[in-house]
Design a binder for this molecule. Structure first.
Ligand code: F6P
Length: 319
């Protein structure tokens, strides 16, 4: 393969830039040409494609967001959109693409692979919900953002002796809630993977109150529902005053952590190696600190799971 493309798609995540840099530099190291496809699949359809050089990716390793921009692209789900994309790839002589993004981006990669275009999926999303990898690029940075917020909320929660309900992102996955809740010492963590019992939650709050603990932090993954609804129910049933914080898109920004930069560099470079080996339709990941790759179609079919032992531990430690 002599000419490859790289694109970022779906919700941005800190470390995407580091991954783009790794793809470009690794490819040039191996004497390939690299083309940046701007604005995700929409840019691919529109032909928003430019060659990238070593210097094009200088000074980006520490920046959040993605220099290639990103988009959600309903048109790419249609046959017409995919055929337009393939026409653009042919016009530019691009023989394979590294696609950095979440599960929607993987579905796009799968569609192109099925149409005969070698694509490699690199997991870039704060949600950590991609099967076939222990961690996705951006998850660690998002966690640190959430923990920073929880620590600050804890100060005011303690001062005012209130219950705070904090809503975090994650789409249908509870990883951000679980990891941030454990690291932030939250009293209760609500994840979509496990049902919760409101009476149990209230019972725990009351037991804490009886012991003299007047403040609590409850983390709600967005996949469970709205933190406002949860807090309303708590106020009605427990009669305690609550406040709600929805962290929102602040979780997607910021300079990537060292872990995310290293992960992005390793995974991006591995994507290029697979294309060099003439492989397409693969999803790269990291498992137990080892780089792995799976058939992208099989990876997509696997269910996403979160660590039950960690969930149980969080309950035990917040007794
Ligand atoms: O997938 C990343 C993510 O931030 C999810 O956690 C969230 O549900 C979604 O994207 C928000 O998407 P948008 O930025 O399009 O509102």
């Amino acid at each position: 393969m002599k000419r490859i493309g790289v694109l970022t798609s779906g919700g941005d995540s800190p470390g995407m830039n580091a991954a783009v840099r790794a793809v470009v530099r690794k490819a040039i190291f191996h004497e390939m040409e690299v083309f940046g496809i701007y604005h995700g699949y929409q840019g691919l359809i529109n032909g928003d494609i430019r060659q990238l050089e070593l210097g094009s990716v200088g000074d980006i390793i520490h920046r959040g967001g993605t220099m290639l921009h990103t988009a959600r692209c309903p048109e790419f789900r249609t046959e017409e959109g995919q055929l337009k994309a393939i026409e653009q790839l042919n016009n530019h002589g691009i023989e394979g693409i590294v696609i950095i993004g979440g599960d929607g981006s993987y579905r796009g990669a799968k569609a192109l692979t099925e149409r005969g275009y070698p694509c490699i999926g690199v997991p870039g999303t704060i949600d950590n919900d991609i099967p076939g990898t222990d961690f996705t690029i951006g998850f660690d940075t998002a966690l640190n953002t959430v923990i920073d917020a929880i620590d600050k909320i804890r100060d005011t929660a303690t001062s005012h002796e209130r219950t705070y309900v904090v809503e975090v992102m994650g789409r249908n996955a509870g990883d951000i809630a679980l990891w941030a809740g454990l690291a932030g010492g939250a009293e209760t963590i609500l994840c979509p993977e496990y049902d919760y019992d409101m009476d149990e939650l209230i019972g725990k709050l009351n037991r804490g109150h009886d012991r003299g603990k007047k403040h609590s932090i409850i983390i709600v993954a967005e996949g469970v529902g709205s933190a406002v609804d949860v807090s309303r129910k708590i106020e009605e049933k427990a009669g305690v005053e609550t406040r709600v914080t929805v962290l929102g898109h602040v979780q997607r920004g910021g300079s990537p952590s060292a872990n995310d930069r290293v992960l992005a560099s390793r995974l991006g470079a591995r994507g290029v190696e697979l294309l060099l080996d003439g492989k397409g339709g693969r999803a790269v990941g990291i498992e137990q600190n080892r780089l792995v790759d799976y058939d992208i179609i099989e990876a997509l079919a696997k269910p996403h799971t979160i660590d039950k032992k960690m969930y149980d531990l969080s309950s035990e430690l917040s007794i």
